[in-house]
Design a protein around this ligand. Structure first.
Ligand code: IMP
Ligand code: MG
Length: 171
């Protein structure tokens, strides 16, 4: 396994993203973060700690990969949010945008719940793999078409606990 993004680089970039998200929302208004389980949990945990107390959070779970490194193109809702989004400033917090199918699905179902604003933050992006054009306001790192693990990202549910993001060879 080769380290692609170190823990230090991740933390530094997340501080910038947190500041950017704060700046883009009107002062004093709540920012509701919607974390995408399971991959987005670590990014969410570190992102909220760079932000002000006006942040609230919830989690949603979807499944798009079936123990494989290639997207099936099919997205299933596994766990819905606990509270409604009407009139709120919502930011989706996701680990990676690959084909874009998962995020397109999420943005569609969340937009239908009438948030005041809806933005998306992804720690990683693989633009060369995109199948649908999806808008992502905050991107941590743009990477090549390599399967990565660590910092929440898994291969067959393993390696989520790594502090760095690494390339998994011989998948
Ligand atoms: P998309 O729908 O193809 O954009 O895929 C998004 C989901 O696929 C992400 O939320 C990840 O869970 C998973 N995924 C995509 N690329 C990788 C990767 O390189 N490593 C681990 N998971 C990935
Ligand atoms: Mg994910």
């Amino acid at each position: 396994m080769t380290v692609l993004v170190t823990s230090e680089a991740i933390q530094a970039r997340i501080r910038e993203l947190g500041a950017e998200i704060e700046r883009d929302h009107p002062a004093g208004e709540e920012i509701h973060l919607v974390g995408v389980l399971k991959g987005g949990f670590m990014f969410m945990a570190d992102l909220i700690r760079t932000m002000s107390p006006r942040v609230t959070l919830d989690f949603i779970a979807v499944s798009s990969y079936q123990r494989s490194t290639r997207s099936s193109g099919e997205v299933r809702l596994l766990k819905d949010l606990d509270s409604g989004l009407e009139g709120r400033h919502v930011v989706i917090v996701e680990d990676i945008v690959d084909t874009g199918l998962t995020l397109t699905y999420l943005q569609d179902i969340l937009r239908a719940r009438s948030p005041k604003t809806l933005r998306t933050a992804c720690l990683l992006s693989k633009p060369s793999r995109r199948q649908v054009d999806v808008k992502v306001e905050y991107i941590g790192f743009t990477i090549e078409d390599k399967f990565v693990v660590g910092y929440g990202l898994d291969y067959a549910e393993k390696y989520r606990n790594l502090a760095n993001i690494a390339v998994l060879e011989g998948e």
